[in-house]
Design a protein around this ligand. Structure first.
Ligand SMILES: [Zn+2]
Length: 390
């Protein structure tokens, strides 16, 4: 499955996305996502490549668009929140309201919908929305730093009246994408494959192997709960054994990847031990599958990720992988970006793109045991030695 060396890529780079800001000290820092955009710019990603486009302005999602997934009463509640003198939470205590939170969250959702529209235009153009991937929000409530669920809105939009019949959503965030999965649990138009740290050990606690969908969606929700400490080999085995088979059988017309990078080995909020190699496998593999199955229609968002140096560099690598590049991770990052990083985060800036070395690959039996458990839950077998996608 050879790939063209330069796939066209659009990156959402509207500076107003930075308004999705819970304040200093909150784990979710949208500034890390913006630093990814700035690293791409300073590193010359867009220079001399007319097929690479930075989208500087995206609209807020309209109320009508937000209602494709969220309930009216919840929109009203968010709209009136965050203006008082006391901190008010939109959930049990993780997601504080802030002044302008409705507009900021609607901007994030609008950016993901704008990225979807670009992908839908065809031509093999991929789109990346680094500030998106807010997969925990439910129709009637916020959850886990997520106010409006931009990825669920993208799915709802893609399968809306007169639109597509089949969307594949793959979620590699360390946390289970509960808002998306339960939002479409009985919907046969969504294949949902979700890699995450085992819910018995981490928020939100859901995403067990036995949760396989209901009604028309039966067998189309595939949960891959990895034990804490899982390394690239576990992810790689699961991805290669399951994703190409499931995606090819389903024949999606659009593929959405929620590429949260908190499964990274140095992340503060999760205990998985992946390196960028796993993210490159996911992005590259789904890029190939998108070319094979649906004329290259692939939308990628960010997601979780709580270490600024890693989040910014891994997310900045995504458009390079999407375009078919394999950047040399040993090379230096631009000095101007380092200064901006230090000023924005108050942390020492990394010197190169090198994020982390892999642990020794010794956990393959963990992945094989999960593959067979998932096979039992879905009432089927997966072939041994399935073809990796690249
Ligand atoms: Zn997460």
């Amino acid at each position: 499955m050879a790939r063209a060396t330069t796939s066209p890529v659009s990156v959402v780079a509207d500076p107003r996305l930075r308004e999705y800001d819970f304040g200093p000290g909150h784990p979710f820092q949208v500034a890390s996502r913006w630093l990814a955009v700035r690293l791409l710019e300073e590193d010359g990603f867009f220079d001399g490549h007319p097929e690479r486009v930075a989208i500087r302005e995206v609209p807020m999602a309209s109320r009508e668009e937000l209602l494709r997934f969220h309930r009216e009463a919840y929109l009203d509640r968010v709209d009136g929140a965050g203006e008082g003198p006391r901190t008010e939470f939109l959930d049990q205590g993780d997601t504080p309201a802030f002044p302008g939170c409705y507009r900021a969250a609607a901007r994030v959702a609008g950016a993901t919908l704008a990225a979807l529209a670009i992908v839908e235009q065809g031509g093999g153009r991929r789109a990346f929305q680094p500030a998106g991937g807010l997969h925990h929000a439910h129709p009637d409530r916020a959850s886990g730093f997520c106010i409006f669920n931009d990825v669920a809105l993208a799915v709802a939009t893609a399968i809306g009246p007169g639109r597509r019949r089949r969307v594949a959503y793959i979620d590699v965030d360390a946390h289970h994408g509960d808002g998306v999965m339960y939002g479409f649990y009985d919907d046969g138009r969504l294949l949902d494959i979700d890699f995450h740290q085992d819910g018995r050990t981490i928020f939100p606690g859901t995403g067990a192997v036995g949760e396989t969908g209901a009604g028309d969606g039966a067998g189309l929700k595939v949960n891959l709960p990895m034990p804490p400490g899982s390394v690239d080999r576990v992810f790689g085995t699961l991805f290669s054994r399951l994703v190409p088979t499931l995606v090819r059988e389903f024949r999606p017309e659009v593929i959405v990847l929620q590429c949260g990078v908190d499964a990274h080995r140095d992340d503060a909020l999760a205990q998985l031990r992946l390196t960028p190699a796993s993210y490159e496998l996911a992005v590259g593999g789904l890029s190939s599958l998108a070319d094979e199955m649906c004329q290259g229609r692939l939308l990628v968002t960010g997601g979780g990720g709580y270490d600024a140096a890693n989040v910014s560099r891994v997310l900045a690598s995504v458009p390079r992988w999407l375009s078919g590049e394999h950047p040399d991770v040993g090379r230096k990052v631009p000095e101007r970006w380092r200064a901006e990083f230090a000023e924005t985060t108050g942390e020492p800036a990394p010197r190169s793109w090198a994020v982390a070395a892999a642990d020794r690959p010794n956990d393959d039996p963990v992945a094989e045991a999960l593959v067979s458990e998932i096979g039992s839950a879905l009432g089927r077998k997966f072939p041994v030695g399935a073809t990796p996608t690249r």
